[in-house]
Design a binder for this molecule. Sequence first.
Ligand code: AMP
Ligand code: MG
Length: 344
Amino acid sequence: MNTLLLSPTDENIRQAAEILKNGGLVAMPTETVYGLAADALNGEAVKKIFEAKGRPSDNPLIVHISGIEQMRPLVKDIPLKAEILAEKFWPGPLTIILPKSDVIPDEVCAGLDTVAIRFPSHITARKLISLSGPLAAPSANLSGSPSPTTFQHVICDMDGRIDAILDGGDSEVGVESTVITLASDIPCILRPGGITAEQLREAIGEVTIADAVTKPLAEGEKAASPGMKYKHYAPAAEVLLIDAEGETFSSYVNSHAENGDAVLCYKEDLGRLKLPCMCIGRSDDYSTQAHRLFSALREMDNIGVKRVYAHCPKKEGVGLAVYNRIIRAAAFKVINPLAGEVEL
Ligand code: AMP
Ligand code: MG
């Protein structure tokens, strides 16, 4: 298949919307990561997303809208807490899960009776959705690999597999949206992202965080968010997460690293490490870490790194989203130099 590479002119956005209305696939920029979109109300079109990505069919998709009023027909009911969250955080990196209406095809929700909805802020996504209608869109990467945060990343994974890719520059946030379910008794964060637990609690009161955000599922445990059960976001290189501060981190890495290894680290670590380093920001600058994380993981593969020692992020604010992605990229292998390999 010939994939059209489109700059985000109004004419090209109109062309992309036509492709979508005819059941095709278009990768679109959003402020979180690039999304791989299909008409959310066309089950046959949505099926093609799973084929293009190699995504397991039990992993549901987020439906993207371009205005709060577009949500009404997609869900059974809009509770007050959803209205408050939408008012406060949309457009932006927050996905809200609610019981679905009958217009949502099973392919979107992987058979669940709920639907995940987000109103992105990226101007190109908003223009596209206002012409095409609601779009189902997971991240536009091959399943399992780091999410795409640049036009080039999408070309790398999707050229020849989809109809078109719209260029929207680099994704500002860099990690996927925060996913909160309002379909449970107490609102629960299923995936951390650019909107923090603290911000959500300030808006609607009690909010819990699913165990699967920071731990692998126990054997036989059912996933509240099916996407959380897989090894994910992983480069070809092996990733080892090192849970240690300052000099403990650098001396562990310096004494264990071999030729072909590299480090994913913070600004404060530079100068203490004796192997190639990729810095994702200061240790307390979570937004910069989120913005750079997936690009850095992809860059490790581009330069042929075999093993990545990653400095464990702090689990607070947007840092929780960075932690959630890195433990999956590391397939939950965490090493505490003072305690050995740690079971999460
Ligand atoms: P992606 O679009 O690839 O970033 O993945 C979307 C995430 O939202 C995955 O982790 C899904 O499991 C989760 N998700 C989407 N719809 C639902 C739903 N109805 N219930 C629970 N989780 C959902
Ligand atoms: Mg994804």
